[in-house]
Design a protein around this ligand. Structure first.
Ligand code: GTR
Length: 358
């Protein structure tokens, strides 16, 4: 049944027989998705420095430590700073951790139940996306320090970074810092985001192989959901309301999803052979749970070719609560609406415990 649905939607295969290896094909896919959808950074930073500001209150009954850290990226004579927050359970052994790209800087936050996460032995490094670059369609470079630095002396091109790409860059900087901490386990580093930040987590995971687990929560259009045959939000809508999320090239596919030389299952597969997890919510029709699910099914192609267990599922459209956690592609659909809640976090942690060892 699912095989037929994929055929009906006209999805193309991810693997190209001309490619010598997955490594080579993966690079092509990254270039394609950056060129046509998310954009390339116009400039790279040279180095990163930081200042740690411990928070002086008892958290989690003293079982976890929270710090604020100001990261500064240096671009030649220019520099850009933004705050991140670390929430780390007190354990003797190294702990697995999430880099959480969040809508707010609060810790805890309604999308970040840090006490529950720390109690399960996981740490979180979080930051607010607006502290990196505002979620606005502003062209006033001087009002946005990161954008100003990135485009200083550079003529903006249609393939240059939209905001999703910049937030993904920040997730990698948060990871740079996290990897300097002895208490965090580099082999169990995950990146996670919800909705527009779920799209961002997929892009960060695609680009940065140090993320061993990539989690997209309700990311929908231009995130995990395949666009061919999708319901709810499509490219025309998203590029009208949020043109700044993408590179300018992306607009040309508005109403022409079938002409894209890719679809969003490329993005899900671009983290292979690492672990990737897509989650949906039953009532989230705008994101379209079925198209998110089919994307996982289609991305399995790459894992199969690599001889790995990718997506293990039944041959039906899943209903809540359905969770598929056997393979390297994880999936769940829960009841309720668009949200990143404790239920989602617990399922991600269950999956990580299972695949990376508790
Ligand atoms: C919506 C947008 C979605 C999704 C969501 C969010 O308005 O259409 O693509 O990203 O915002 O980020 O909450």
């Amino acid at each position: 049944m699912l095989e037929n649905l994929i055929k009906e939607r006209g999805l193309m295969p991810i693997w190209d027989e001309k490619a010598q290896s997955w490594e080579e094909r993966r690079k092509e896919i990254i270039d394609l998705l950056c060129m046509e959808e998310y954009g390339f950074m116009p400039k790279e930073h040279d180095s990163l420095s930081w200042e740690v500001i411990p928070q002086d209150y008892i958290f989690c009954a003293g079982r976890a430590r929270i710090s604020k850290v100001i990261l500064t990226a240096h671009f030649g004579e220019d520099s850009f700073s933004f705050p991140i927050y670390t929430s780390i359970p007190e354990r003797k052994e190294k702990v697995p951790f999430f880099v959480h790209i969040n809508f707010r800087d609060a810790v805890p936050d309604r999308y970040l139940p840090v006490e529950e996460i720390c109690d399960r032995g996981y740490a979180v490094v979080s930051f607010c996306y607006n502290d990196v670059t505002m979620d606005e369609q502003t062209c006033k470079l001087e009002s946005d320090p990161l954008v100003e630095i990135l485009y200083k002396g550079v003529e903006k091109q249609p393939y240059h970074a939209g905001k999703i790409r910049m937030w993904a860059w920040a997730a990698s900087r948060a990871l740079d810092y996290a990897l300097t901490l002895e208490c965090l386990d580099p082999d169990r580093a995950a990146v996670i985001g919800h909705s527009r930040l779920g799209k961002t987590a997929l892009v960060a995971g695609m680009l940065d192989e140090r993320f061993k687990m990539v989690i997209s929560n309700d990311s929908g259009c231009s995130g995990a959901a395949i666009l061919r045959g999708k319901k709810g939000e499509m490219i025309e809508k998203i590029t009208n309301v949020f043109p700044h999320w993408f590179c300018d090239n992306y607009k040309k596919y508005a109403g022409k999803e079938d002409e894209q030389p890719f679809d969003q299952h490329f993005l899900v597969a671009a983290s292979a052979p690492r672990h990737v997890y897509v989650a949906s919510a039953e009532l989230d029709w705008w994101a379209d749970p079925v198209s998110e699910f089919l994307s996982c099914y289609a991305a399995d192609e790459v894992y199969r070719k690599l001889g790995l267990t990718g997506f293990v599922c039944e041959d039906v459209i899943p209903q809540p609560l359905c969770k598929y956690q056997e393979g390297m592609i994880g999936y769940h659909v829960r009841t309720g609406d668009h949200y990143l809640g404790r239920e989602d976090w617990n399922l991600y942690i269950d999956y990580m415990d299972k695949h990376f060892g508790a």
